[in-house]
Write a protein that binds this ligand. Structure first.
Ligand SMILES: NC(=O)c1ccc[n+]([C@@H]2O[C@H](COP(=O)([O-])OP(=O)(O)OC[C@H]3O[C@@H](n4cnc5c(N)ncnc54)[C@H](OP(=O)(O)O)[C@@H]3O)[C@@H](O)[C@H]2O)c1
Length: 264
């Protein structure tokens, strides 16, 4: 009988932006399944405790590296450190990202560049540098974090939406270009997930989020995105590449979408 293989044990995964939120959940999930994880954020002191907890509690080991994904030289050093510690890169999760909310006409050139640089160019730097190692070593798997805001209009998020939409097309293109190298490239587009970053963007305490009445769906948890990422990088997803998987939960009863889905 066939049994699905969701295993990542012994593989080496770089997860960017893993000091909190979704990236932290992804790193912990992969490490709990036995992967060695290299986690980064802009501040060593924010990513060190995450690595220590992983080393204490998980089967896999963790290496914490200070790296701003907007800086190509720092990304080079991140990948060099990964190869030096674990001998290669099997998995790259381009999670580092962020935003601020503002009407398009109020976004300064600096503000626009900062959001595109973090979300899109950070993904480009990490993918080019880690991808070179994957090509030399015969393959790998990449997952990019987009957003439902890269799929649909979200007022106040023109810069973020444009960058996240570009990530979807980059994913599709690389899946084709790098298929001959044994590299699968997929994308995850989360809906609203309870993280410190979202709480800061919305100007609320993260614990208040589930109470927000204007949200038409249950708010998700980082672990629910992490489980999806683990599937996508595992052998069970060997026939999946170039795809964007939306994870936005089930509509609450009483709104137009739930009626359309026959959930009432
Ligand atoms: N939460 C949601 O509802 C949601 C929905 C759709 C998509 N997403 C996407 O999912 C990803 C994670 O979101 P999140 O809500 O978990 O974010 P978050 O809570 O704001 O965490 C962002 C992480 O990225 C790191 N980071 C920020 N700038 C960085 C840089 N230049 N270089 C390296 N690391 C950097 C932060 O660490 P430091 O501050 O220590 O550097 C932190 O670990 C993002 O790409 C986001 O766009 C989130």
């Amino acid at each position: 009988m066939h049994e699905p293989d969701y295993g990542v044990a012994g593989r080496t995964a770089i997860v960017t932006g893993a000091s909190q939120g979704i990236g932290k959940a992804i790193a912990e999930t992969l490490a709990a399944s036995g992967a060695n994880v290299v986690i980064c954020s802009r501040a060593q002191e924010r990513v060190d405790p995450v690595a220590e907890a992983i080393d204490d509690e998980c089967e896999g080991t963790a290496l914490a590296v200070e790296c701003n994904v907007r800086e190509r030289e720092q990304v080079d050093a991140l990948v060099d450190a990964t190869v030096a510690e674990f001998g290669g890169v099997d998995v790259l999760v381009n999670n580092a990202g962020g935003e601020f909310v503002a009407p398009f006409e109020d976004i300064s050139p600096n503000g626009w560049n900062a959001i595109v640089d973090l979300n899109l160019n950070g993904t480009v730097h990490c993918t080019q540098v880690a991808g070179e190692v994957m090509r030399e070593n015969g393959g790998g798997s990449i997952v990019n974090l987009s957003s439902v805001n890269g799929q649909h209009a979200a007022p106040g998020e023109s810069h973020y939406g444009a960058a996240k939409a570009a990530i979807i097309r980059l994913t599709e293109t690389l899946a084709v270009e790098w298929a001959p190298h044994g590299i699968r490239v997929n994308c995850v587009a989360p809906g609203l997930i309870q993280t410190p970053g979202v709480a800061e963007t919305l100007g609320i305490d993260s614990e208040q989020m589930p109470e927000r009445e204007e949200v038409d769906r249950r708010i998700g948890h980082g672990e629910e995105i992490a489980d999806l990422v683990q599937f996508l990088v595992s052998p069970a997803a060997s026939f999946v590449t170039g795809e964007t998987v939306t994870a936005k939960g089930v509509p609450k009863p009483g709104n137009s979408m739930s009626e359309g889905l026959g959930l009432e």
